[in-house]
Ligand binder design. Structure first.
Ligand SMILES: Nc1ncnc2c1ncn2[C@@H]1O[C@H](COP(=O)(O)OP(=O)(O)O)[C@@H](O)[C@H]1O
Ligand code: SF4
Ligand SMILES: [Mg+2]
Length: 352
């Protein structure tokens, strides 16, 4: 995108978890940039390192995790570029929420059951009182009201409620509203719709779309569900075994995928015409991140695998302008996909 200023630049990030069994290589050589009004989705099967990546961007990794290598550069509102891998605790505390907020995967249970929603806003503001000294009393109520309205909740009803008085979808919106309180530039959402029923998922997607289009937040979504990316993302990264295996604009990923894993994820998305019956998952299971396969990590499950794949791990290769894929045989994968395209539409048309 021309003229876009990047708010976040990640380079060659490696994150491991120390465990009794060995080092879990959860994030491997991840690089990407995020434009200041862009939304980027990381999509991959469970265990592909998505949550670990999200946590590293707000530096909230568990004790046994360490960033072995790489850079995370964040351009703050002041235009100062912060290196998140070396920020001290005080600066980190300020950075979280004020520059970058994350809505966690377990958000539905993250609210304190004995605190009214109003007090959750007050607590968050208080933690940041040195830099947001004015955010208390009336100003706080006004800002909380604004944030709740941004997620299409009725502040009059919600502020005085306890979490158990709200539905799952409403609590998820409260978590998003709390994330917005200190006006961060980047919002990270980990599986924002996963635990919700289909209708509530739709409502949350609408909320996020409004935040993106009207309020122009930069967002990072993390999900196992590729269809969420179709609704919300400008660009999509598919992740496998801790690394990005394909990255491109949303249309490129959906209409012209060049990596067999992306194709597998697309085949698992239920089509409108086919409904749930069309769901197929990729055969086999994700690799052990302590003892990774040789060569391309996807080779044990890949229908295109050759000897070269078993021996050499492919780098990300430019397959089209602004689209990269880590596959030795991307041209064949692409031509098969394009050849199949007509068939899929015909099949869907027959079912419709
Ligand atoms: N605290 C932890 N200690 C050890 N391993 C972990 C820990 N958290 C996650 N992992 C492992 O790291 C890998 C990536 O996990 P995660 O980032 O949660 O993936 P995703 O969000 O894509 O499901 C998995 O193999 C998971 O078991
Ligand atoms: S490099 Fe080989 S094994 Fe890996 S995704 Fe491409 S074809 Fe499959
Ligand atoms: Mg996760």
């Amino acid at each position: 995108m021309e003229g876009r200023a990047d708010v976040l630049s990640v380079r060659e990030l490696e994150i491991g978890y120390e465990t009794g069994r060995g080092l879990v290589r959860a994030v491997r050589g991840v690089s990407f940039d995020l434009g200041d009004d862009e939304s980027l989705a990381f999509i991959g099967e469970s265990g592909s390192g998505k949550t670990t990546l999200g946590l590293s961007l707000v530096r909230l990794l568990p004790q046994n995790a360490s960033i072995a290598k790489g850079e995370i550069a964040f351009r703050a509102a002041s235009e100062e570029v912060l290196d998140l891998t070396t920020l001290d605790d005080e600066d980190l505390r300020r950075f979280r929420w004020e520059e970058c907020a994350m809505v966690f995967q377990s958000a539905l249970n993250a609210l304190n059951p004995v605190m009214r929603i109003r007090d959750h806003f007050a607590d968050t503001a208080k933690d940041h009182s040195e830099t947001n000294g004015s955010l208390k009393g009336r100003a706080l109520t006004e800002r909380a009201t604004e944030c709740l309205e941004m997620v299409q909740l009725d502040p009059g009803r919600v502020l005085g409620s306890f979490p158990h008085e709200l539905s799952g979808g409403m609590r998820q919106r409260v978590m998003i509203a709390l994330g917005l309180l200190l006006n961060p530039r980047v919002l990270i959402l980990d599986e924002p719709t996963t635990a919700l029923d289909v209708l509530t998922q739709r409502a949350i997607i609408e909320v996020l779309r409004t935040l993106k289009v009207e309020h122009r937040f930069a967002m990072i979504f993390v999900s196992h569900d590729l269809s969420l990316a179709a609704e919300l993302a400008d660009r999509v990264a598919t992740t496998y075994a801790g690394r990005i295996v394909e990255l491109g604009e949303v249309e490129q990923i959906f209409y012209h995928p060049r990596h067999p894993y992306t194709v597998g994820l697309l085949d698992a998305v239920p089509t409108l015409a086919g409904g749930q019956q069309e769901l197929s998952s990729i055969p086999g299971s994700p690799p052990d991140l302590i003892d990774l396969p040789t060569g391309c990590k996807f080779h044990p499950r890949c229908p295109y695998a050759t000897d070269k794949c078993r021996e050499e791990d492919p780098p990300l290769i430019e397959v089209a302008p602004a689209q990269t894929a880590a596959c030795w045989h991307w041209e064949k994968v692409g031509s098969d996909w394009e050849a199949r395209g007509g068939e899929i539409h015909e099949r869907d048309a027959n079912r419709a």
